[in-house]
Design a protein. Structure first.
Length: 114
């Protein structure tokens, strides 16, 4: 379950930030998880609850914002969003002249500290 190492890395980053800025703890963390990031939100939540014990984020409440996969097709000149966790071709024209714009992110977007 690689969500555990990701949760650990995230906590480490958050703890370093608090130490540097002089905060005592974390009350809430909001993370963005892209659907194409390969991280399952439920598994990540579970992992976070397990690794936060004994850390600066022990009482932190986690909110996960799932980001859908979206892209821009240079053939249609349009943006699109898909339900799937991957994009193989533009859903409108079927060509592969697109770039994925969102869905791969995995980062902290908000943190409440004290
Ligand atoms: Zn297209």
């Amino acid at each position: 379950m690689h969500e555990v190492s990701i949760a650990l890395g995230l906590l480490e980053f958050a703890a370093e930030y608090c130490e540097r800025e002089g905060y005592k703890g974390i009350e809430a963390i909001t993370v963005k998880i892209g659907k194409a990031s390969g991280v399952m939100p439920e598994a990540f939540h579970f992992a976070f609850e397990a690794v936060k014990i004994g850390t600066i984020a022990e009482k932190a409440c986690l909110t996960i914002n799932e980001v859908p996969v979206s892209g821009f097709c240079s053939n249609c000149n349009k943006s699109f969003t898909v339900e799937e966790t991957y994009v193989l071709s533009c859903p409108m024209c079927g060509k592969s002249s697109f770039r994925v714009e969102t869905g791969r992110e995995l980062n902290i977007c908000e943190m409440e500290v004290f």
